[in-house]
Structures are given as C-alpha cells and as structure tokens.
Design a protein. Structure first.
Length: 258
C-alpha cells in the first residue's frame, strides 16, 4: 500500500522537470494523478509512465482563467474528488534572457511572470478549495523559490512573484486551515532539470562551491517533499515555508576549489 492510496492529485507544469518527477512519485505512492501542462505530448508521456488508469494528461494555459478552471473541473469529473493541488507551473526557461534587473526587465515580462507564477496559483486555488471544503479537506502545495526571500542581481520579476506565492500560502493556511484544507510552500534550491542544464550549463559547479551539501538537487528531492505534504503524515502541518536546498538558505559554506 502507498502513502497516498485513494487520493487524487493535480500537478501543474507536470510534463517535465520537477513536475514530471513529482507526478510519477505521487503515482508510485498510490495517488491518481492529473498531469497538466501546455505541452500535452509531454504530459501524456508522463501519464503513460505513471501507468494504467491512474493518470490523465490535460492541456492547459496557465495564463488563462477559464483554462485553469476547466482543468480543475476535468480532474473532479474524471476522478470524483481532488485531495492534492500541487501548484508547480512557473515561468522559468523564458525568464533567463528576459528577466534581469529593474531597468532592463520589461513590464510585459513582469506581467507574464505574475500571470504564470502567481495569478495561476490564485485561480487554481479558488477553483479547488470549494471542492476540498465539500469533501472535508485537502492539501495545497505551492512552489516558491529562495528567490522569493532574498534579492539577487537578476530575475527580479521571478523573485518578486515567488515572494507573492509565499504570502498567498500563508493566507490560504489561515483562511481554510480550520476546514482541514492545509496549505504549505516549498522553496527549492538548484534543481538540476534539463531546463537548467540547457540554460545554465555551469550551474551545478557554481552552486556546489558554497552550498553546505555535496550536490545540487534533483526532481526526486522535491517529489519527496510533495508526497510528505500530501500525506496524512503532514496532517498537522499548515502554513509552512520549507526550504529544500541542501542547506543553501542556512548560509554559505567555505568555498570549494572545484
């Protein structure tokens, strides 16, 4: 038996990277999984990997309110309930070249970052929470970033919107915790997805130079956190902002000559 037997989970941005790894792990733990992504081919492959009738792929546009609402309705209609909403979708690959400092980042880039990174989560929660209230509870797991807590020389729009995700999580926890709808937030460190490898080839070496751990993260590291928050092991965990970063948020270790 799995830790999530009988539960139904939505994973947005589930076609690749952290989302794909998390969807597969949720399936391994017994959950029925709805893999949502604009890349329907990738989402269908992940659903196939989960196997059997335990997963479906749904194409959705994280910038479109109706598309998000339809995703939630499809999940409910297909599986009969929604126990877990993993808000994972984010503007990442497009951000590396367009989202830099205040003066060079366009308002269009800011608006797109807000729409995908924060607004989509607000809408998804607004559509899902009533379902969770009706069925007696659920778990919302939002993906933020260390960039939402600290400043940096680049990614100003990304970091600003990820800070909003942290605040959204706290509000959800306070407003719906008494109805057994728990809301928590994960702040990953560097996770070596294909997207990161393609856009920042030297990221692993740079990250490990001062991080107090011996490697960068993998999608499996985040998947384990999501499973915990989704499971009954976290039944008393609500409104928490958890770093999964190998200790990077604790401070910088002595630089390694690598």
């Amino acid at each position: 038996m799995g830790r999530l037997d009988g539960k139904v989970a939505i994973v947005t941005g589930g076609a690749a990277g952290i989302g794909a790894g998390t969807a597969k792990r949720l399936g391994q733990e017994g959950a029925k999984v709805v893999i949502a992504d604009r890349n329907i081919t990738g989402a269908e492959q992940v659903a196939h990997d989960v196997g059997g009738d335990g997963a479906i792929a749904v194409q959705f546009d994280a910038t479109d309110e109706v598309s998000i609402q339809q995703l939630v309705a499809t999940a409910r209609d297909h599986f009969g309930r929604i126990d877990v909403l993993h808000n994972n979708v984010a503007m990442t690959a497009e951000a590396w070249s367009r989202d830099t400092n205040l003066l060079d980042t366009t308002i269009e880039t800011l608006d797109l970052s807000y729409s995908i990174n924060l607004r989509s989560m607000f809408i998804a929660c607004k559509a899902t929470v009533p379902i969770m209230l009706d069925q007696g509870g659920g778990s919302i797991i939002n993906m933020s970033s260390g960039a939402g807590e600290t400043g940096a020389s680049t990614l100003i729009a990304y970091g600003t919107t990820k800070g909003g995700v942290i605040t959204l999580t706290k509000y959800l926890a306070v407003q719906y915790g008494r109805a057994n709808v728990r809301s928590n937030c994960i702040l990953p460190g560097l996770i070596m997805t294909e997207q990161i490898k393609q856009n920042v080839p030297d990221a692993d070496r740079i990250y490990r130079r001062t991080t107090p751990f011996d490697r960068a993260g993998t999608p499996a590291d985040i998947a384990g956190m999501v499973v915990f928050f989704a499971s009954d092991d976290a039944v008393f965990v609500n409104g928490q902002i958890i770093h999964c970063d190998g200790g990077g948020s604790a401070g910088a270790a002595e630089p390694l000559d690598i």
